[in-house]
Design a protein. Structure first.
Length: 157
């Protein structure tokens, strides 16, 4: 029977590619991967009440550099990043579906057009939305001449 089965997940011994971490190392890795400072993570995972601040810092740095611990931190961060990307992707799909539904069923023409406009922007269909002016090498005169040329083409001149 697994002796760690009944422990909270952050206190279980974790096996990662055959390398076992102690429950304290795992707790430390979880805290660091979730944004805690090394010293705060160390204090949460280990009994550091009677330790000097400098000693906590030294031990936390040593632990963070430990190959198994640093590998675990990287793995947790990669998992968090993948989950966030997946959540972002799901949200984009949901928003796109809602805009499509609104474009098809909206009661007013303006609501349908607004939905279609947002869908077009999301797909990068409107070139004007993608124009970047910061850091442009073109002078005001060059931009004005280009705009006049484009207007002339649109007007058929």
């Amino acid at each position: 029977m697994d002796k760690d089965k009944d422990k909270p997940s952050h206190l279980r011994v974790v096996t990662d590619n055959g390398d076992k971490l102690t429950s304290k190392q795992e707790h430390f890795a979880q805290q660091v991967a979730n944004g805690s400072t090394l010293t705060d993570a160390y204090r949460q995972a280990y009994d550091a009440v009677n330790m000097k601040e400098s000693s906590v810092w030294v031990e936390a740095c040593k632990l963070a550099k430990h190959p198994k611990v640093s590998h675990r931190i990287d793995a947790i961060v990669a998992d968090i990043t993948a989950r966030k990307q997946s959540d972002d992707d799901r949200m984009k799909i949901w928003v796109t579906e809602q805009l499509k539904r609104e474009a098809m069923t909206a009661q007013s023409d303006s609501a349908r057009v607004a939905s279609l406009t947002q869908l077009g922007r999301a797909c990068g269909l409107f070139e004007a939305d993608n124009i970047q002016t910061a850091g442009s090498d073109r002078s005001v005169g060059d931009i004005e001449a280009d705009l006049q040329r484009r207007l002339a083409l649109l007007m058929g001149d």
